[in-house]
Design a protein around this ligand. Structure first.
Ligand SMILES: C[S@@+](CC[C@H](N)C(=O)[O-])C[C@H]1O[C@@H](n2cnc3c(N)ncnc32)[C@H](O)[C@@H]1O
Length: 108
């Protein structure tokens, strides 16, 4: 289902929320930024809205990983990242299931 959506929508969350996601994403990013994190894992990143917004706020002070199990979604996210590679240099999108995160234990 998400694979089909990915081919037609840049931001599935934006479409399904009627745009209200802009507000909660901004609050989320501010809350995360206050922690001054070195590593961030955005689980179920979709087309990367949260991961990319975090990268804009945190600049290169953090490594940001966006995890999703839907390849077309990750391709969409990666296309957006590459388009503004300098701004999003600390972001990496990885294929994986949230139920079996392919990262070492206690990395985040
Ligand atoms: C609404 S979309 C993206 C939401 C995104 N976090 C945002 O804020 O825009 C939900 C995403 O969750 C992903 N997803 C659902 N279950 C998952 C799981 N078990 N592991 C990884 N990704 C999952 C889907 O592939 C889809 O891309």
């Amino acid at each position: 289902m998400f694979g089909r959506i990915a081919t037609v929508m840049t931001s599935p969350t934006g479409c399904s929320s009627g745009g209200i996601d802009i507000h909660w994403r901004s609050r989320l990013v501010s809350a995360v930024a206050r922690w001054r994190p070195r590593n961030v894992l955005d689980v179920a990143t979709g087309s990367g809205d949260v991961a990319l917004a975090l990268a804009r706020r945190l600049r290169s002070s953090a490594r940001i990983f966006g995890l999703d199990f839907c390849e077309p979604m990750l391709e969409r996210a990666e296309t957006r990242r590459v388009r503004r590679e300098k701004l999003y240099s600390g972001v990496e999108f990885i294929l994986g299931d949230a139920c079996a995160i392919p990262m070492p234990e206690a990395s985040f």
